[in-house]
Design a protein around this ligand. Sequence first.
Ligand code: F6P
Length: 359
Amino acid sequence: MRIGIINSGGDVQGINAVISSVVHAGHKLGHEFLGFIKGWEGLLDKDFIHLDIEAVRGISHVGGTILYSVNKGRFAGKSGSDGAVNKIPDEVIVSAKANCHELGIDALIVIGGDGTLTGALQLAEAGINIIGVPKTIDNDLQDVDRTFGFSTAVNVAVEAIDRIHTTAHSHQRFFFVETMGRHAGWIALHSGVGGGADAILLPEFPFSYTGLLNFMRTRREDERNYALIVVSEGAHAQDEAIVAEKLVGLPEVKLGGVSAEIMNRLERLAPGEFDMRNVVLGHIQRGGTPNADDRVLAKAYGVAAVQALQDGHFGQVVCMHGGQMQVVPIQHTVGKLKLITPDDITYRTAVGLGVYLGD
Ligand code: F6P
């Protein structure tokens, strides 16, 4: 078969390991691979490279993606802070289909998160054979226990928290450390528990400024006039919207800046009471080399994707679930996000440790 590989949306550590593993596993079965540059844009512009064993040599441990990526573009499946579904224009679907036929593509392996897979679903419904590989640093896809990149992002955040801890302690300061996590706070929760945070603010559990101030004052009364407060970028106070910035000319919103917003608000509510600083970890969580777990997981996803291809599981996404690789329909994976619930083991651990998690 002639297979096209597409990766789209935000990069994560491990995409190259997936690409390499797909090519290696598929090569043994006699398949041929084309890698589209910048995802769907490459398919629409017929911009691609041939991916043989030589082309993927030495890329598994390298961060980013050799195929480049764009977050939006002509094939954006979702938009806005609420993740509304975008209908891909008919002419774009027609053009993508025509290019697949012209290039002799038998199937596409699409590596992507919620938005990318929502776009992929529309192309699958138009008759193109698609196997999805879930990709998101946020680890928030339904029925997917773990996406590659998440573990490395948590490691990066924990290392940052460890470093901030010592300076917070020395200066007796309250530090807000902002992590990625748009609708789901998995990175904040895991790095917060792993790094020994005193408070973790999550999109799923709105906080109150009164509760936060009480927590900080209690810390001070306990003669610990400092704290590490990990904030997921989608965290928000009760009855308040997330902090987001509308991008000029695009329906998309950019998150980030909530930790500064919270800190400034607290300063206005309790002027001069606390010495506060904030640090936004941003894209360093997504950059650099994947750790060993993410490399292994990414390779497992690549091999599973080729197996799904062999088995003809088109319109399905491979997903690690219950320690096994399975396939589920694309619409199932993108239908609903996997959010933190009070039953989650790490959330319960944080509760047990007395971490402030909102009100
Ligand atoms: O969805 C993944 C994610 O990393 C979010 O956590 C973050 O809000 C977003 O992507 C940032 O993406 P970018 O800055 O690349 O547009």
